[in-house]
Design a protein around this ligand. Structure first.
Ligand code: CTP
Length: 440
């Protein structure tokens, strides 16, 4: 990946040329408003980094030297959009058309009450604001006021590190101030193919060897882990985390084994197959990787992971179902004998889509034959089997003289199996089957 603007620090015209018109209009409008309100406005961080790398990014972070919230409210009024304000942090968010998200913050020289705490916000200058950030590549800023519009401000050597493809912290306490940066460092290195500067790597390893990460809340740690699992080449990320002894914060028994590595590598091609085959069934991709990562752990260890990372119920339930049902589903589907449709339906119906993907990925290691069969069976399940239901309902069973109870579920299940296997095809045949099953 090349930094496409090298020597020049004047981005005014190139800035306009490099971003879509609606983004450059927005930046100009923000600049004009800043002049009007007599404050200084800058676009900073990831947007500027990605602009220089030639990567599209519609998450804009503005820093205001002055009242950021008043600025955001005025901008929201001008643009006719809702402004979500977070008073405690002095920040506000504007959701704009064309997937643009605009964060506005008051420039701050914040301090941390204790490591891992959320920062205490104090007003400050842009320079101070940039000095408290994570890595040099995220400290670049571009002024938006008419004077200086588009000039690249590089107070910490961020441009040089972009050119040298280097992740570098701004000071030795960076990881201690905010241990989420341990994961962020790996995320950026992974995403851009950058290396860690020697001192940064040393500090990272030192911080990883302490208990700092244990002090991060479940949601914050989960957020970092899931962002890492959303990057490309997860298998490599996990190897890196293993080398840096960071997997223990997910679970003390988690290891980057060869088995994990192979399974994670098999997930991407299956997801590609799935997306092509079932475009209307979007996947929780990072969750699939998490399931793959903890595939070797016991059920109770997996529960501990869900608890530590404070997963919301919906995701936690998916992980549990997969943990409980996937091994037997894989055994059933990979058995030599050929299965009736009901024999395919039952194990697959117990799995969420993410579990089906993991199942197909796991089958890759068995044999080409089994793998092809499993994929075919998943396709048949999704396109056909799961739509097949019996014609009779609970009311029909009552009409047949059966007492409502757990037996209904069993009978309706048997009817669905019979339908799937084409042993019955009419309501009358279903009734006859019910009578035989219930010995009426
Ligand atoms: N930041 C930081 N320390 C953190 C989190 C964020 O210093 N622990 C700063 C960085 O300067 C970063 C900016 O806040 O650029 C915005 O954070 P975020 O949106 O998380 O990062 P991006 O750099 O925009 O990364 P991504 O492209 O992954 O969104």
């Amino acid at each position: 990946m090349d930094v496409t603007i090298l020597g020049g620090t004047k981005l005014g015209e190139p800035l306009k040329a490099r971003v879509p018109e609606h983004v450059s209009n927005l930046l100009c409008q923000a600049g004009a408003l800043a002049d009007q309100l007599s404050v200084r406005a800058f676009v900073v961080g990831g947007f500027v980094r990605d602009l220089l790398l030639g990567i599209e990014n519609f998450d804009l972070d503005l820093v205001i030297e002055g009242d950021g919230i008043a600025f955001a409210r005025a901008l929201g009024r001008n643009l006719g959009v809702h402004v979500q304000v977070y008073d405690r942090f002095g920040t506000a968010v504007l959701m704009l058309p064309h997937r643009v998200k605009l964060d506005v913050a008051t420039a701050r020289g914040e301090s941390y009450a204790h490591p891992t705490a959320l920062p205490v916000v104090k007003p400050g200058s842009l320079e101070k604001d940039l000095f408290r950030r994570d890595f040099t590549i995220n400290t670049l800023a571009i002024p938006l006021n008419r004077t200086g519009f588009g000039e690249l401000l590089d107070v910490r050597g961020g441009l040089r590190d972009l050119q040298r493809k280097t992740i570098r912290v701004l000071h030795d306490r960076s990881f201690v101030d905010d241990p989420t940066r341990l994961f962020r460092a790996i995320r950026f290195a992974q995403r851009f193919g950058f290396r860690m500067e020697a001192n940064t790597l040393r500090l990272l390893k030192e911080a990883a060897a302490t208990d700092l990460v244990h002090r991060l809340s479940g949601p914050r740690l989960r957020n970092e882990i899931m962002l890492l699992l959303a990057e490309k080449d997860v298998s490599r990320t996990i190897q890196r985390m293993g080398t840096m002894d960071l997997l223990r914060f997910i679970h003390p028994r988690l290891r980057p084994t060869l088995q994990v590595e192979i399974l994670l590598k098999h997930i991407a091609p299956i997801m590609a197959w799935w997306t092509k085959r079932f475009p209307d069934r979007p996947l929780d991709r990072p969750l699939i990787y998490l399931m793959g990562l903890i595939d070797g752990l016991t059920l109770s260890a997996a529960e501990a992971v869900l608890k530590r990372l404070a997963f919301p119920n919906r995701q936690a339930d998916k992980v549990r179902h997969v943990k409980q049902s996937l091994p037997s589903a894989l055994r059933t589907l990979s058995a030599r004998r050929s299965l009736k449709p009901s024999g395919v339906y039952r194990p697959l119906a117990a799995l969420p889509d993410e579990g089906l993907v993991l199942l197909a990925a796991k089958s890759t290691s068995l044999s080409d034959n089994v793998h092809a069969t499993v994929k075919r069976e998943i396709s048949a399940y999704l396109t056909t089997y799961r739509h097949i239901t019996p014609s009779l309902t609970g009311d029909d069973l009552t009409d047949l003289g059966l007492k409502p109870g757990p037996l209904y579920k069993k009978i309706l299940g048997r009817l669905r199996d019979a339908r799937l296997n084409e042993e019955v095809s009419t309501k009358a045949e279903e009734r006859a089957l019910v009578k035989r099953i219930a010995k009426l």
